[in-house]
Design a protein around this ligand. Structure first.
Ligand code: S3P
Length: 430
């Protein structure tokens, strides 16, 4: 897939469903009683992995594209799958499902693709083991495949070293089945979709500062879920609109939950012209349309509590910082090293190959903006967020940018190139 400089992006785009909320809707629906009807379920490969895992455990899930119906069998209704559960590329599937499986009365093996088999799982193995779970890395390297033998659990108070919603959610899900209360304290608040949705399904969950608390449940009730558009997918259009001169884009139906919406703050701090319109709420998740206009951007500092609220958007923000005036410093973002690829290393290498002035630090990067970008061949490493980031960077560069492995956007945004092409006159060259 190749991209060249765009003359200005104009028009409207409707963002597909949020990946995090889609996963949770099928997981919680599967262990609830009765039907859960989900609208705007993300049809990306990661969320399809979640559906397939629960189907293999005997849950009737009808995927009609725009609507998914899950006929839940209750907290104790899952059956032992006949095969290994394949989580594909999805860290969310692997980690959250581990919390549920730790409490079942059967054993199971979880695996995934080459990327998943390199991602750290000790962060869930440790707390789940403290709760009484039998869960081990088959290769002994702290990664998948994971062998889980479910059984009785007890509540704990766990203090996580990382602000990770996947870790927090795995523990909360195990806590649904545990004896006594379960508490998870994080250094900063990570996305709270599990807490919001579990409450919607009738669980007793509360938040005390950076601590989430859950009481064991005897049942969850099937619910209607409207999945808002994914702000992590909207990020590419937000930044493209700000970066490409002569742009004006209306981005419709974007989830703007404050634990996810850090990109709006960072982009505004950089001088971005962003307006929220039609603010509303669906299934407890705030949603809005976002109007962006091209802006003259300046550098900023992104750190601390802001990091978990824009963790998946950092590659795109780093690329945007290259066209801003002055220096942008990103720190406290070592988590980027353990995403679908080592996003710190990949971003620094690829942005440098486009002529940007970027230095990798221990836990982030320093970007000295304002140098013209030139097209380059970008190896996405099959990381969807890297592919989408450089498609947008290519719209702001001289010459041609070629993305290798471009089809990996299928993980979170199958129609990304089509939607981007609709807003551009000159790119992409298909
Ligand atoms: C997610 C949490 C984040 C994020 C991932 C989805 C979730 O991961 O990067 O894309 O749905 O809970 P961590 O919890 O590992 O930070």
């Amino acid at each position: 897939m190749k991209f060249t400089r765009a003359r200005g992006l104009q028009g409207e785009v409707t963002i597909p469903g949020d990946k995090s909320i889609s996963h949770r809707s099928v997981m919680f629906g599967s262990i609830a009683n009765g039907a859960t009807e989900i609208s705007n379920y993300l049809q990306g490969a990661d969320c399809l992995s979640t559906i397939s895992c629960f189907q293999k455990m005997g849950i009737d899930i009808e995927n009609k594209g725009d609507r998914v119906i899950v006929r839940g069998k209750g907290l104790r209704g899952l059956k032992r799958p006949d095969t290994v559960l394949d989580c594909g590329n999805s860290g969310t599937t692997t980690r959250l499902i581990s919390g549920i499986l730790s409490a079942q009365n059967f054993d199971v093996v979880l695996t995934g693709d080459d990327s998943i088999k390199k991602r750290p799982m000790n962060r869930i193995i440790e707390p789940l083991t403290l709760m009484g779970a039998h869960i081990r890395s088959a290769a002994g390297n702290g990664c998948a495949p994971l062998e889980i033998t479910g059984g009785p659990l007890h509540g704990i108070h766990y203090t996580s070293k990382v602000a990770s919603a996947q870790v927090k959610s795995a523990i909360l899900l195990a806590g649904l089945y545990a004896e006594g209360e379960t508490r998870v304290t994080e250094p900063y608040v990570s996305r709270n979709h599990s807490e919001i949705m579990l409450r919607h399904f009738g669980a007793d969950v509360r938040t005390e500062g950076t601590t989430a608390v859950i009481k064991p449940a005897s049942y969850l009730d099937g619910r209607q879920i409207q999945v808002p558009g994914d702000i992590s997918s909207a990020a590419y259009f937000i930044c493209a609109g700000l970066m490409v001169p002569g742009s004006k884009i209306l981005i419709r139906n974007v989830g703007v939950n404050p634990t996810r919406a850090g990109i709006l703050k960072a982009a505004k701090d950089m001088g971005g012209d962003i307006t929220l319109l039609n603010e509303r709420s669906g299934s407890g998740e705030p949603t809005a349309d976002i109007l962006v206009r091209s802006s003259s951007l300046r550098g900023t500092v992104i750190e601390g509590a802001l990091i978990p609220t824009l963790i998946d958007e950092l590659p795109m923000i780093a690329a945007m910082a290259c066209v801003a005036d002055g220096e942008t410093v990103i720190r406290d973002a070592a988590e980027l090293k353990v995403k679908e690829s080592n996003r710190l290393e990949v971003m620094v290498r690829c942005l440098s190959s486009m002529g940007a002035d970027v230095t990798e630090t221990e836990d982030g990067m320093i970007i000295r903006g304002g140098r013209p970008l030139r097209g380059a061949v970008i190896d996405s490493r099959l990381d969807h967020r890297i592919a989408m980031t450089f498609a947008v960077a290519g719209l702001c560069a001289d010459g041609e940018t070629q993305i290798l492995g471009a089809q990996c956007v299928n993980i979170s945004y199958p129609e990304f190139y089509r939607d981007l092409a609709k807003l551009t006159e000159t790119s992409p060259i298909l």
